[in-house]
Design a protein around this ligand. Structure first.
Ligand code: AMP
Length: 147
């Protein structure tokens, strides 16, 4: 039987994120695979501004966000015993970075929540949807409900 060798957990630190992490940890244990965690600091470019594409953050603000992201990632990864060399922080668009990092590191399963910080209005969140469409490996979207 095929097994997963490298699982990537995409963490946005939303309230349901622990459920998603628990699933990824459980799968990694069952398949005896490596487990990495990725958080992407979203740089939120405004693509349709009248001034053209705009990245609204100053350098100082971006480095504050990165520091805050690193701290959250460290606490989150500690909680799920993910070792330091398997904790990744990137800056950019979450949907693009998750795919890029998965491909660059031979990930064979990406684990995301069906929804994240952007609410439950849609059947599937936009990051989850994009990853399901574009990933070259398997994707598990852990079903999260708003209750
Ligand atoms: P969304 O589709 O944006 O509601 O988020 C769905 C899932 O995508 C979340 O539960 C996370 O697993 C993942 N995700 C969203 N944003 C990020 C982010 N900035 N960094 C890492 N993973 C993310």
């Amino acid at each position: 039987m095929e097994t997963y060798r490298h699982i990537l957990l995409a963490a946005d630190f939303s309230p349901h994120g622990d459920c998603v992490a628990e699933r990824a940890v459980d799968l990694a244990r069952r398949y005896q695979s490596e487990l990495s965690v990725l958080h992407v600091v979203d740089n939120l470019p405004i693509a349709d501004s009248v001034y053209g594409p705009v990245i609204p953050f100053s350098e100082d603000f971006t480095s504050e966000l990165i520091d805050a992201g690193k701290q959250r990632l460290a606490a989150f990864a500690d909680k799920f015993s993910i070792p330091a060399e398997r904790r990744w922080l990137e800056i950019g668009s979450p949907k693009l970075e998750i795919i890029r990092i998965a491909e660059a590191n031979n990930v064979d399963l990406i684990v995301v929540g069906s929804h994240g910080r952007h609410g439950f209005e849609l059947l599937l969140g936009s990051t989850a949807n994009s990853i399901l469409h574009h990933a070259k490996c398997d994707v598990l979207a852990v079903r999260l409900k708003d209750d």
